[in-house]
Design a protein around this ligand. Structure first.
Ligand code: HDL
Ligand code: ZN
Length: 444
């Protein structure tokens, strides 16, 4: 048995194979780069949703992250910006954020990464070449190209049953590209009940603002009908930083009496996305939301009171991440996912992923892209893979120092789990194994 020095560590030869730092690093990087991802939360749409399926340079540059950054980089006012037509908005963003200053932010570097990957001039002073390139792309071929470049096999959408454009597509019964999966989003029902009532009534459900037994049963009928139409992988809702439960509000009543029973009835997971302060600056419109530290114990209480429901959870505040890891150690029906929105920056993804490895091993979902524009998959997953590769390598190197080698097939197993397996089991996407909290049930 020979001993190999690794970064001052030692590893033992044996059936696990001796590892040195270079070989380990190469294995991790190769597996990380090659493993396809199931992207568990995006705002992308399958091609069948037409105008809702965004792609190309004008959409890429009008990403609301960049719009927020524009107002720091120029004297243009939101009112003036919103008056411009889309190409003029795009040209202004390019000029201010990419020509007159260095694109150093995550969102501006992301655009550079996309243009570079597609072989376009990242130093261009105007967008003629980019516009020509994207105009020349055949939609179906371009979708294949982006999914291959980003190594994404499956995309989970965010689907709003009260969005009239989207509802029409679902009600048409058109066959949706099988790589795109639905997530039934409940924000407008749970966070805006009085506005949701007339929309649900218009769809034929006898609901009223004052919640009574009939309104509860009609809301459940509404959910059942949309579950039948969309076949969602999970139900989801974003919740404010001051989300409390239980509480005497329509949201808490609907959660308790309509949503959670529906999750149990359909064996569907509920995704809790907690910590958003909506419209802190309304003038910025979709770019105007902020963040607040939430109370993780609320999610823990929901898990404790609903042991038959599997919860996905992501928090928007960096300050909530460690508590979320601790809560996940207490409740096997809680699956942390992603480095959401303002956390989707390499410095923070690194911190969050490392503490998740330390506290949860590989029993979490490290990332989702939250992409709104198809092309963003290229950079969001490229940036994430680099960061997670570093965190995973350091974890393996620590394991080596502690005396256990890892094989290439173990690395492949771990990365597959992180990038798709944990989620697909959690929501029963492959139906081979359904996760019942605390018990793994081998499906026939
Ligand atoms: O509520 C959400 O799903 C958020 O992700 C918002 O859509 C947000 O505007 C966003 O795009 N974050 O990346
Ligand atoms: Zn989102």
């Amino acid at each position: 048995m020979t001993i190999k020095q690794i970064d001052g560590a030692t590893s033992r030869d044996g059936d696990g194979g001796a590892r040195d730092a270079r070989e380990l690093r190469r294995d991790v990087d190769e597996v990380m780069a090659a493993t396809f991802v199931t992207d568990v939360h995006t705002h992308l749409y399958a091609p069948q949703f037409g105008e809702l399926a965004l792609r190309g340079i004008d959409e890429l540059l009008n990403y609301h992250y960049l719009i927020a950054e524009l107002f720091r980089a120029s004297s243009v006012t939101p009112e003036a910006f919103w008056q411009l037509n889309r190409p003029a908005q795009t040209d202004l963003i390019w000029q201010k954020l990419f020509v007159e200053q260095t694109p150093l932010s995550e969102a501006t570097r992301g655009v550079i990464a996309v243009l570079s990957t597609l072989g376009l001039d990242t130093g261009a002073t105007d967008l003629r070449e980019a516009r020509e390139y994207f105009r020349a792309q055949h939609a179906a071929d371009y979708l294949e190209q982006v999914l291959k470049l980003a190594r994404v096999s499956d995309i989970v959408m965010t689907n709003d049953p009260l969005d009239e454009i989207e509802a029409r597509v679902w009600e048409s019964g058109v066959e949706i590209d099988a790589r795109f999966h639905a997530a039934l989003r409940l924000d407008r029902i749970l966070n805006g009940w009085s506005d949701a009532v007339p929309k649900m009534s218009a769809q034929g459900y006898q609901v009223q603002v004052e919640i009574d037994e009939r309104t509860i049963s009609e809301t459940r009928r509404f959910l059942n009908d949309w579950i039948a139409r969309m076949k969602p992988l999970y139900l989801g809702v974003s919740l404010p930083d001051d989300f409390a439960y239980p509480e005497e509000t329509p949201r808490a009543r609907l959660l308790r009496d309509a949503v959670l029973p529906t999750c149990r009835e359909h064996d569907l997971s509920l995704a809790l996305m907690i910590g958003v302060k909506r419209r802190v600056n309304p003038a910025l419109r979709v770019a105007g939301d902020g963040v607040g530290r939430a109370d993780v114990s609320v999610a823990a209480r929901l898990c404790a009171e609903n042991t038959g429901v599997r919860f996905l959870a992501t928090f928007l505040s960096r300050e909530n991440q460690h508590e979320l890891c601790v809560a996940a150690r207490k409740f096997s029906n809680l699956m942390p996912f992603g480095c959401w929105w303002f956390l989707n920056n390499t410095s923070i993804i690194s911190e969050i992923t490392r503490e998740r490895f330390e506290m949860l091993g590989t029993s979490f979902i490290p990332q989702h892209s939250d992409a709104r524009v198809l092309d963003q998959l290229i950079y969001k997953w490229a940036h994430t893979r680099l960061v997670i590769a570093d965190a995973l390598y350091d974890s393996y190197a620590g394991l080596l120092r502690d005396g256990r080698a890892v094989t290439r097939s173990e690395i492949e197993r771990d990365v597959a789990k992180l990038f798709s397996g944990n989620f697909r089991q959690w929501v029963g996407l492959d139906e081979t194994q359904k996760v019942v909290p605390g018990v793994i049930v081998q499906m026939a």
